[in-house]
Design a protein around this ligand. Structure first.
Ligand code: NAD
Length: 290
């Protein structure tokens, strides 16, 4: 049995399901795998303490780290190398330590990309509207264009954020049309769209509700959600009730973990088995919340 130590750095992450996903899958592959939570708030640290924490875990023999809010951009300056996708996104959620080198990857985008393939086979990707242009929005916008969207319209309550992301994505996908629409034009752009990607925090337990009126959902519009706690968000439920195909955010969460697992261990995980575990964990959570 080989021994492996990895961890997750971020704020407010005590309830993360990622350690369980990694360690269970590791055990199934005969790995002695420990995955720790390094919560900045619990450690009474801020994002400014990230360089010191990073050096500390490096010295403690960690094989890899997952990085989440609010450190995904800040960590970039601490790395020796970036994967091409992480460099384009300017954000890292996975770090691999090899010898004295630290390499950054981004499996948020690849996780969402895999989730689209798995959950929306055969869907049309001509015109896609994306609500939310923050951290998750950057990764899923990139994935949606990589999946083949010809036109991507970004809508965000902060038009400056949407504009910046549109400019960045447009640079990486010069043969596509990436544009911005103000929130009051959502109905107009959505009526021509094949799909809606939702990447705002609306629908989370702390932000209940939906970021758009229910009447804009229709049977021939697919919906891909990023929020996954709860897994059945109001958007997913309302879209399905309207006859639309709706993908929950759980797929992105599982596949980002599966891709990171492969980077850390060099072992190809059974992503379907990890997805089944995630479903079970989220169902248990939903029952406990009732
Ligand atoms: P963020 O704060 O970086 O960005 C959110 C963006 O949404 C902001 O630009 C904000 O202006 C915009 N916004 C908020 N409410 C809006 C509204 N009603 N209409 C239009 N725009 C609105 O947050 P983030 O890191 O991008 O996270 C967004 C969500 O994605 C969170 O709920 C997070 O849990 C989820 N997430 C899921 C996964 C996954 O694996 N499934 C991964 C990362 C993040």
């Amino acid at each position: 049995m080989s021994s492996l130590l990895c961890g997750l750095i971020g704020t407010g992450i005590r309830a993360s399901l990622t350690p369980s996903l990694h360690m269970t899958e590791g055990g199934r592959h005969g790995l002695d795998y420990e995955y720790r939570i390094l919560d900045l708030a619990e450690l009474e640290l801020t994002v400014d303490d990230l360089p010191a924490l990073f050096q500390r875990v490096r010295g403690e023999g960690y094989r890899g780290l997952n990085i989440t809010h609010p450190c995904k951009r800040r960590v970039v300056e601490l790395l020796d190398e970036l994967s091409p996708d992480a460099a384009r996104l300017g954000a890292v959620n996975t770090v691999l330590f090899e010898g004295d080198r630290a390499t950054g990857y981004n499996t948020d985008w690849s996780g969402f990309r895999r989730s689209l393939d798995r959950g929306l086979p055969g869907a049309r990707f001509g015109r896609v509207v994306q609500l939310g242009a923050g951290g998750a929005g950057a990764a899923v916008g990139y994935a949606t264009l990589d999946r083949g969207a010809r036109e991507l319209t970004l809508v965000d309550a902060d038009p400056g954020r949407a504009g910046e992301l549109a400019a960045t994505l447009g640079t990486h996908f010069p043969d596509r049309r990436v544009s911005v629409a103000a929130p009051d034009r959502l109905a107009q752009v959505l009526v021509r769209a094949d799909g809606l990607v939702h990447a705002t925090p609306m629908g989370m337990a702390e932000h209940p509700g939906m970021a758009l009126p229910a009447e804009l959902l229709r049977p021939d519009l697919w919906v891909a959600e990023v929020v996954y706690r709860p897994v059945e968000t109001e958007l997913v439920r309302t879209a399905r009730a309207a006859g639309a195909r709706a993908l929950t955010g759980a797929g992105m969460a599982v596949h980002q973990a599966a891709d990171a697992f492969e980077i850390f261990t060099g072992v190809v995980p059974d992503a379907e088995r990890m997805a089944a575990q995630m479903d079970a964990l989220l169902s248990r959570e939903a029952l406990a919340a009732k």
